[in-house]
Write a protein that binds this ligand. Structure first.
Ligand code: UDP
Length: 370
C-alpha cells in the first residue's frame, strides 16, 4: 500500500486528521470531490472582500486546546457575532437578551424581563416535548412568534412542533445587555480566511481535488491501509438502509457598488414570508477593511435560502429528528464493523457539530488511533 491513510474530504475533520497523521510520520493522501479544500468553511476573495462561500462561519470555542490548535495555523481577528433580527421591519438584538426584551416589551430591568417571560411560559406545563414548547418555555410566546417560529420553520422546512428542542438551546438567553451570539471564551475569524488556514493544516501532505471517492471506491481503497471518511454516512453504505435527510442551502450573491448595505455581518429575517433566512454582508466579518487596513469601497451580500437536500446538492445540516437519528444509529452500527474506516465530521457522524466540535472530535480520534 502506498499510503497509511486515505482521507476522504478536505474539510476541517480531514485536515486535522491529515496534519496529525503526517506529524506522526504517516503517509496520507487527502482527496476531495470539490475543486477546493476546506469543505463548507471554504472562503475566497472577491474584489478584496473575503467571501464565506457556504454561509457565515464564525469560529468559537470554550476549549483552550482547540483554540490553541487553530491558532497554530492562523491568527484570528476579534470578530464577535451579534446578528440582528428583522421581523417585518422591526429590528431586534440577538441572541435573546436585555436589548431584545426591552424592544419587545419596553421592560427595563432584568426582573421585569424575567417576570414577563415567567408569565408567558406558564402555558407550557411539564418537560418541553419539541422546539416550540422549548422556545416558549425559554423566552415566552411573543419572542417565539416574532423571532423564532418563522426563521426556524424556514431553516428546517418542518413545523417547530416536529423539531428537536436541542436546536433552540444552542442560543443563549441572557438577562444582561450582551449581544454576543455565543457563550464562548474564544471567538474570531481567521485572518486571510478559512481556506488559508486549512491550507496551512494540509501543508506538506498530498491533496487531490475533483476526486470522488464513492464513484471509484475500489481504486481508492487499494491505495491505503485505512480510510478516513467524512462524507455523508448513508452514502458510504449506498443508502442501503434508506436515505438520511439533510438540509441544503442556496446562496444568491450580489456585488453592490455601495460601501454599506446593512451595517452588520448578519441580519436574520425572522418572518415566514421573506423566503430567505438571512443576509450576510461579508466585509463586516473583517470590519469592512482590506488587509492593508483600508476601507473597502464596495460590498458583497449573500441571501441564504434553505432547501431540502436532494441528490446532487451540497448537504449542510443533518436533520436530527427522531426518525433520522434512529436511521443514523443503524448506520453507525454498520460503520462500527468497518474496521478499516474511520467516520468523522458533521456528515460522517450525522451530527450538528460546530467547527470546534469537529476539531475536538478529530483530535480525540487521532489520539486513539495514531
Ligand atoms: N434561531 C431562531 N431565530 C434566529 C436565529 C436562530 O429561532 O433569528 C434558532 C433556530 O431554531 C435555528 C437555531 O436557532 O434553527 C440555530 O440557528 P443559527 O442560525 O444560529 O444556526 P446556524 O445555521 O448558524 O448553525
Amino acid at each position: 500500500m502506498k499510503y497509511d491513510y486515505l482521507i476522504v474530504g478536505a474539510g476541517l475533520y480531514g485536515a486535522v486528521f491529515a496534519r496529525e497523521a503526517a506529524d506522526r510520520g504517516k503517509k496520507v493522501l487527502v482527496i476531495d470531490r470539490r475543486p477546493h479544500i476546506a469543505g463548507n468553511v471554504h472562503t475566497e476573495k472577491i474584489n478584496g472582500i473575503l467571501i464565506h462561500r457556504y454561509g457565515a462561519h464564525i469560529f468559537h470555542t470554550n476549549n483552550p486546546e482547540v483554540w490553541a490548535y487553530v491558532n497554530r495555523f492562523a491568527s484570528f481577528n476579534r470578530f464577535t457575532n451579534a446578528p440582528v433580527a428583522n421581523f417585518r421591519g422591526e429590528l431586534y438584538s440577538l441572541p435573546f437578551n436585555m436589548y431584545t426584551f426591552n424592544k419587545m416589551w419596553g421592560v427595563v430591568t432584568p426582573d421585569e424581563a424575567a417576570a414577563k417571560i415567567a408569565e408567558q411560559r406558564g402555558e407550557i406545563t411539564g418537560e418541553p416535548r419539541n422546539l416550540e414548547e422549548q422556545a416558549i418555555s425559554l423566552v415566552g410566546r411573543d419572542i417565539y412568534e416574532k423571532l423564532i417560529k418563522g426563521y426556524t420553520e424556514k431553516q428546517w422546512g418542518r413545523p417547530c412542533t416536529e423539531l428537536p428542542s436541542f436546536i433552540i438551546r444552542r442560543l443563549p438567553v441572557r438577562f444582561t445587555f450582551d449581544n454576543n451570539y455565543f457563550n464562548s471564551l474564544y471567538q474570531g475569524i481567521p485572518v486571510g480566511g478559512y481556506t488559508e488556514m486549512v491550507s496551512r493544516m494540509l501543508s506538506g501532505t498530498e491533496v487531490r481535488l475533483n476526486e470522488d471517492y464513492l464513484a471509484d471506491r475500489h481504486r481508492f481503497d487499494s491505495l491505503a491501509d485505512h480510510v478516513v471518511y467524512t462524507g455523508p454516512l448513508d452514502a458510504f453504505f449506498d443508502n442501503r438502509l434508506g436515505r438520511l435527510e439533510y438540509r441544503s442551502l442556496r446562496f444568491e450573491n450580489e456585488h453592490l457598488e455601495i460601501g454599506n448595505y446593512q451595517g452588520n455581518a448578519v441580519i436574520n429575517y425572522t418572518d415566514r414570508e421573506v423566503p430567505f433566512t438571512r443576509i450576510i454582508e461579508h466585509k463586516w466579518f473583517e470590519f469592512g477593511r482590506n488587509e492593508d487596513g483600508n476601507d473597502l469601497p464596495t460590498t458583497v451580500i449573500s441571501r441564504e435560502y434553505p432547501a431540502e437536500w436532494k441528490p446532487g446538492d451540497e448537504p449542510y445540516y443533518p436533520i436530527n429528528d427522531r426518525k433520522n437519528n434512529d436511521l443514523a444509529e443503524a448506520y453507525r452500527k454498520l460503520a462500527a464493523s468497518e474496521s478499516r474506516v474511520i467516520f468523522g465530521g458533521r456528515l460522517g457522524d450525522y451530527r450538528y457539530y460546530d467547527m470546534d466540535a469537529v476539531i475536538e472530535q478529530a483530535l480525540l480520534r487521532c489520539s486513539e488511533v495514531l
